[in-house]
Design a protein around this ligand. Structure first.
Ligand code: ADP
Ligand code: MG
Length: 593
């Protein structure tokens, strides 16, 4: 006999599954709620979050509001006021249209929604938990809408567990917030995190909004782009080549004020910058396209960040030529010396020192061969083997090498400006100079962390750099650990980062590029159980280590060898990469006989 086994999923299960597509993390909710407020024609939007959205995300607007009847319906699946028939899909002017954001959010959190239309006397307040309306009452409130989302993923503990640290989730929220505020400079936005106002952005023009969001340093590096064609209107800004970074930094496309990702259009920008940016630098841009909604399809991804165009090739060509045009008009393309990377100037701190073996005190509990240790494997693997330094053989070879080793007597030379080669009685040693230096710096930074007073040098003139509100926030978070490393930072002015003292291992000349790197990096967080200090030490030694390609004097080479041999761990870099190879007599005989 046949057996029927197919059943319709219960509504709350279907909703939870759908929620998974739209709501990945707190920032997704921030996006959906603010987009709804924008669609409601609000001129003022407030974002309030607690604990990076894990306990509260609230958005308050002064838009058109909802009637007492509509308010609970808004939280049903596929309910929307924005489209009515299939054909409307081709003329979407609003952010939302799928009618599933509020239903999805209410499936996985506790919601309090209050809304009042301008001409109503009273507002309606409803409470919803896991898709069920628990209460509905009339309350006194301003016109507009306030939606509070509490206890995100309360009913899906597995999802809640996957949320990252507050700092990481906050960064996602800020990224999302930034995209929305840049594309809606005519709206007044404010943003409170744990009762602190971290942004207050009054209505202004696009350029000023960008500068307010990303910091005053943008006032000198934005170049306008503008193009009007029947196919597309383009406007916005590119970042002058001289302001471009070695990290991706600011790259924004908006289509009809909706943030989108488009590798295809990104390619157009890259090709416009070709020959102007040297390799390793990324173009920065804030580009707005206005296209007839008829000619695009934003319906291909639940979070609506991917768009299909009807006329892709022409848009590509128009974008590319309008950027080239701007680069030309504003004469920002000529002969700037981009090859000169300030990090190449890394003053090599061993230059004037004699080669002595520094005493090292080390955090003994730190085990670089811990499995979880591989936190930097996002770094592309350039084909080098990771090695197991516990292997007996290498350790034995090493103790022999060290017995032989008297720094000043050792013959060493540089190969390809990348390796140090040294002949020891035990064989031929080839050392990767950058990785060796990273190891040396890393152990020194760890040592200074474990000592109370990290060696620090006062700057004659404090170093000041303008920072955006977000950047200021990151520095507040990492101030303690930076100070433990020997920095002294004054954060009394929230617009300016002031560095008063730096670790002795850092050269003042190098400070600006170091700070730039810090600003463009992700906020510092505990990674895989590693302490902030450890992460910071790794970041510092990555930024400060001598690059491959740098010529070293004999003294520097000897000093580098000596310092490496004084390290607790000599075989792998802090990023788990092999530092050296040794060819012993047997190996060499094998090759040459
Ligand atoms: P969509 O935005 O795709 O229509 P949502 O689930 O986000 O779907 O919202 C459902 C409906 O609720 C919207 O179409 C709108 O009518 C109403 N709504 C949601 N948020 C607001 C708000 N802040 N102000 C006024 N109406 C809102
Ligand atoms: Mg919506």
């Amino acid at each position: 006999m046949s057996k029927n086994i197919i059943a319709l999923l219960p509504k709350h299960v279907a909703n939870q599954i759908a929620a998974g597509e739209v709501i990945q993390r707190p920032s997704s909710i921030v996006k959906e709620l603010i987009e709804n407020s924008i669609d409601s024609k609000a001129t003022k939007i407030q974002l309030i979050i607690k604990e990076a959205g894990k306990t509260l995300i609230q958005v308050v607007d002064n838009g058109i509001g909802m009637s007492p009847f509509d308010l609970p319906i808004a939280f049903e699946r596929h309910t929307t006021s924005k489209i009515k028939k299939a054909n409307d899909l081709f003329k979407i002017k609003t952010k939302g249209f799928r009618g599933e954001a509020l239903a999805s959010i209410s499936a996985i959190s506790h919601i309090t929604a209050i809304s009042r239309q301008l001409n109503d006397e009273m507002a309606t307040c409803i409470k919803i938990s896991g898709n069920k309306v628990e209460s509905k009452e009339l309350v006194i409130a301003e016109f507009g809408t306030s939606i509070s989302v509490n206890n995100l993923f309360f009913n899906i503990p597995a999802r809640r567990k996957f949320l990252k640290s507050n700092m990481v989730e906050l960064k996602h929220i800020i990224d999302e917030f930034n995209r929305l505020v840049i594309s809606h400079n005519n709206i007044h936005f404010s943003f409170f995190q744990n009762n602190n106002e971290i942004f207050n952005l009054i209505k202004t023009d696009l350029k000023k909004r960008i500068i307010r969001v990303f910091g005053a340093k943008f006032s000198e590096i934005l170049v306008p782009v503008k193009e009007d064609t029947p196919v597309v209107k383009i406007n916005g800004f590119i970042i002058k080549p001289s302001g471009s970074k070695k990290t991706r930094g600011q790259q924004f496309f908006f289509i009809n004020k909706r943030y989108i990702k488009s590798p295809f259009l990104h390619h157009a920008v890259n090709s416009a910058f070709e020959g102007i940016l040297s390799s390793g630098y990324f173009p920065g841009y804030f580009i707005f396209f206005e296209i007839d909604p008829n000619k695009i399809d934003i319906n291909i991804h639940p979070t609506k960040t991917e768009v299909k165009f009807e006329d892709e090739q022409s848009i590509y060509a128009i974008l590319r030529s309008s950027i080239k045009h701007s680069l030309g008009i504003f004469q920002v393309s000529p002969t700037l010396d981009f090859d000169k990377d300030s990090s190449m100037d890394t003053p090599y701190s061993y230059r004037d020192k004699s080669a002595s073996i520094p005493p090292i005190s080390l955090n003994k509990s730190f085990n670089p061969f811990n499995e979880n240790n591989n936190i930097y494997n996002i770094e592309s693997n350039d084909g080098l083997i990771e090695m197991d330094s516990d292997s007996k053989q290498t350790q034995e070879i090493f103790s022999e090498i060290i017995e032989d080793f008297v720094p000043q007597q050792v013959k060493v030379f540089q190969l390809f400006n990348k390796y140090l080669v040294s002949a020891l009685p035990s064989g031929l040693l080839i050392i990767n100079q950058r990785r060796a230096h990273q190891r040396i710096l890393y152990e020194k930074f760890l040592a200074s962390l474990s000592e109370k007073d990290a060696p620090s040098q006062q700057l004659l003139f404090p170093f000041e750099i303008k920072v955006s509100d977000t950047e200021y926030l990151y520095f507040t978070e990492q101030k303690n650990v930076m100070e433990a490393m020997g920095f002294k930072i004054d954060l009394s002015n929230s617009k300016v980062l002031k560095i008063i003292a730096i670790p002795v291992l850092v050269d003042e000349q190098n400070l600006e590029s170091l700070v730039e790197k810090f600003l463009s990096d992700d906020p510092l967080t505990h990674k895989n159980g590693f302490s902030l200090g450890d992460t910071m030490a790794k970041r510092l030694c990555k930024a400060l280590s001598i690059p491959s390609g740098k010529t070293l004097t004999i003294e520097e080479q000897q000093s580098l060898l000596a310092s490496l041999f004084a390290c607790k761990e000599k075989l792998v870099s802090p990023f788990n990469r092999q530092i050296l190879v040794n060819f012993d007599a047997i190996e060499i005989e094998k090759r040459i006989n």
